[in-house]
Design a protein around this ligand. Structure first.
Ligand code: NI
Length: 177
């Protein structure tokens, strides 16, 4: 079921979400189905449960090859629960981000260039990955949602935060997340 996505300003987006304690339950599968339906309906790259008003540490993300975004690296469809992100090295990278909770805008956001992430899938199976580039950016963006952080809070240069049409009159951009 497609759910309403909360927008920046809603206090539910600024709370710390709680750990999932039971896996492979009907309620968790239903939540994930709603998240997939909602993300697909908005053509998003990722979605965190708090964005649909559910305060649990659950995120999904994934980007397939899309001719609209030739510069975007594909990211595998992933369900990540109770995530832990560990930066690998000190390198930071800045890049454009959007968010389904901040529709129509983009900002230039610093992120760790390379990270390890660990967590569970929907059946409670632990997994981990080492990633970089756009994949690392997306997972950091989504996991920030679980700590009540939206990407505008991380922008250093607010002159690089604005409406898509005004920032990029002639360019298509990566999807919102
Ligand atoms: Ni977002």
């Amino acid at each position: 079921m497609i759910r309403e996505v909360l927008r920046m300003g809603d206090p539910r987006l600024n709370q710390r979400a709680s750990e999932v304690t039971e896996f492979d339950t009907a309620a968790l599968h239903a939540l994930l189905q709603d998240m997939r339906d909602t993300m697909a309906s908005l053509d998003g790259a990722g979605l965190a449960a708090p964005q649909i008003g559910v305060g649990l540490r659950v995120v999904i993300f994934g980007v397939s090859v899309n001719p609209r975004y030739p510069d975007v690296e594909p990211v595998p469809d992933t369900v990540l629960i109770n995530p832990v992100i560990t930066p690998l090295g000190d390198a930071m990278e800045e890049g454009w981000e959007g968010c389904l909770s901040v529709p129509g805008l983009r900002g230039w956001v610093p992120r760790h260039a390379r990270v390890r992430y660990q967590g569970m899938d929907e059946r409670g199976q632990a997994f981990e990955r080492i990633v970089e580039g756009f994949h690392a950016r997306v997972v950091q963006h989504e996991c920030d949602h679980l700590d009540g952080i939206l990407y505008p809070m991380r922008i250093r240069d607010l002159s690089r935060f604005g409406f898509i049409e005004a920032l990029f009159p002639e360019r298509d951009l990566p999807p919102e997340a």
